[in-house]
Design a protein. Structure first.
Length: 82
């Protein structure tokens, strides 16, 4: 697991409302998160990786798995290197 994957996974776990469930999350996990957790994840990822989510991705169904979050972050950080 690379550094980006580890950071994204850690952020998702820390933002999940159900902490017991968060401990079982891995890269292939399908996520069932509420809107508050979703916004927490978005804010933390934007802050950690210094980019802004595109408006069309502000929808829960855009990121059904941990892997989908990771791929989006990697794409955004490649487009906007710090």
């Amino acid at each position: 697991m690379d550094q980006v994957e580890q950071k994204v996974l850690t952020i998702i776990k820390s933002c999940m409302e159900l902490k017991q469930e968060a401990n079982r999350i891995d890269l292939s996990s399908r996520l069932d998160i509420d809107s508050l957790s979703f916004m927490k994840i978005v804010a933390r990822l934007e802050n950690e990786f210094d980019f802004e989510f595109e408006e069309q991705y502000f929808i829960l169904t855009a990121f059904p798995t941990v892997h989908s979050w990771i791929e989006y972050v990697k794409a955004r950080t490649i487009l906007n290197p710090t």
